[in-house]
Write a protein that binds this ligand. Structure first.
Ligand code: NAD
Length: 374
């Protein structure tokens, strides 16, 4: 009897593993060679971001790992260079919780990198941990920081068009509800954190939607991607230490491996022919319908305006980094436009501009944001 139960358990485990990692997350196809193109992946020192960066590096792209910790970022860049055999994987410092750091990253990037073809907003947090900030840290890291970064890097994305922006969102956006009267209120306690996480992921979906509208006709397309339920540190990081030994094997068994989680963001970054679906939400490498709150164009526009204020971008301001007003950033040094000396780090000298392949052969200009009516 026990042997039977064990056998059934093993079979079930194998089924779940295969189902989540191969059936639901088939390896993404898309453009085979990215030689001559540059990609930025935020939060690329672990989990889904690291696997996304690895795949881009394997295809020959120059990959910038935009990470908070120099030590972990440099270590990840080293690993990825080894694993991919591509020496064009570098680290640059970016802390999305600090608007000054976002600006410093953009300044460093624009002055050292001649190209930007793919921007993947992967970094995210699900909890504030022990940090107490006088603002909504989850919204800051998961949405406002990426919003500002996109604005600052737009000129480079435009000159390299056709180019793409991928915002790693989550199915949790379905539980999100944006309260515009208290968007930036500090988050206290795990219940508020869960809510704020879902809200920030809804903000990701609305951001991709509005960005697509604003960029129509520029050759830049953007997508919100759900990686699936992935076995990463995102949630385990905040679980009490004594619970981890119990949860880790369970998570390994029932959740997708980070490599599987990377497939939908990669699909959005690389798949030919999805340009008419710019602004849409993807899961399991397919476009998916979202709930009314996530396809509310008025809310998307309102969020855009609110995000501009929270990111320190003035009304009608162009996205040129040098023209941005000084942001108010409680967690940042007093001179945001002066780069932090320790943050302006590039682990390798930039390469000379390379011959870029003709992307117009594999992509088309965006004409419509196609979406069936509910
Ligand atoms: N793991 C899942 O089941 C799951 C499900 C849906 C969506 N997601 C999303 O996938 C993305 C990647 O998450 P993951 O599961 O790989 O977790 P992870 O914790 O391994 O990766 C998150 C990355 O973001 C970085 N990061 C955190 N705060 C940062 C900051 N202030 N500045 C710069 N980088 C910062 C971390 O250092 C880390 O590298 C997140 O946006 C997450 O919301 C994950």
């Amino acid at each position: 009897m026990e042997a039977l139960l064990l056998g059934a358990g093993l079979l079930l485990g194998a089924y779940v593993l295969v189902y989540y990692n191969l059936v639901k997350a088939p390896p993404c196809g898309g453009i085979a060679s990215l030689r001559g193109r540059t990609a930025v992946v935020t939060g690329a020192n672990s989990g889904i971001g690291k696997m996304t960066a690895l795949e881009l590096a394997r295809r020959g792209a120059r990959v910038v790992l935009a990470c908070r910790s120099r030590e972990r970022g440099e270590a990840a860049a080293f690993d990825l260079r080894q694993e991919s055999g591509n020496n064009e994987v570098i680290f640059m410092a970016l802390d999305l919780a600090s608007l000054a750091s976002v600006r410093a990253f953009a300044t460093a990037f624009l002055s050292s990198e001649p190209r930007l073809d793919i921007l993947i907003h992967n970094a995210g947090i699900s909890s504030c941990g022990r940090t107490h900030k006088p603002f909504n840290l989850l919204l800051r890291v998961n949405h406002i920081g990426p919003f500002l970064l996109t604005h600052l890097l737009l000129p480079r994305l435009k000159t390299c068009a056709p180019s793409r922006v991928v915002v790693v969102s989550s199915a949790a956006h379905r539980r999100g509800r944006l309260d515009f009267t208290r968007l930036d209120r500090p988050v206290v306690g795990w219940r508020q954190e869960l809510r704020a996480y879902a809200d920030s992921k809804l903000a990701n979906v609305l951001f991709a939607r509005e960005l697509a509208t604003q960029l129509e006709g520029t050759g830049i397309t953007c997508y919100a991607a759900h990686p699936g339920p992935v076995n990463s540190e995102l949630f385990l990081r905040h679980v009490p230490g004594w619970l981890c030994p119990l949860l880790r094997p369970l998570a390994w068994l029932v959740l997708r491996a980070p490599r599987g989680g990377a497939q939908t963001p990669l699909y959005c970054a690389l798949q030919e022919g999805i340009e008419p679906l710019s602004g849409r939400y993807f899961a399991n490498c397919h476009v998916e319908e979202v709930p009314p709150a996530a396809r509310d164009d008025r809310a998307a526009h309102r969020l855009w305006e609110a995000s501009k204020r929270l990111a320190g971008l003035g009304p009608g301001e162009e996205a040129e980094p040098d023209e941005d007003p000084q942001p108010e950033d409680p967690g940042a040094p007093s001179s945001p436009s002066s780069p932090h000396p320790e943050e302006l780090t590039v682990s390798e000298p930039h390469p000379s501009p390379q011959n870029s392949p003709d992307l117009s052969k594999v992509t088309r200009r965006i004409h419509v944001k196609a979406e069936p009516e509910p």
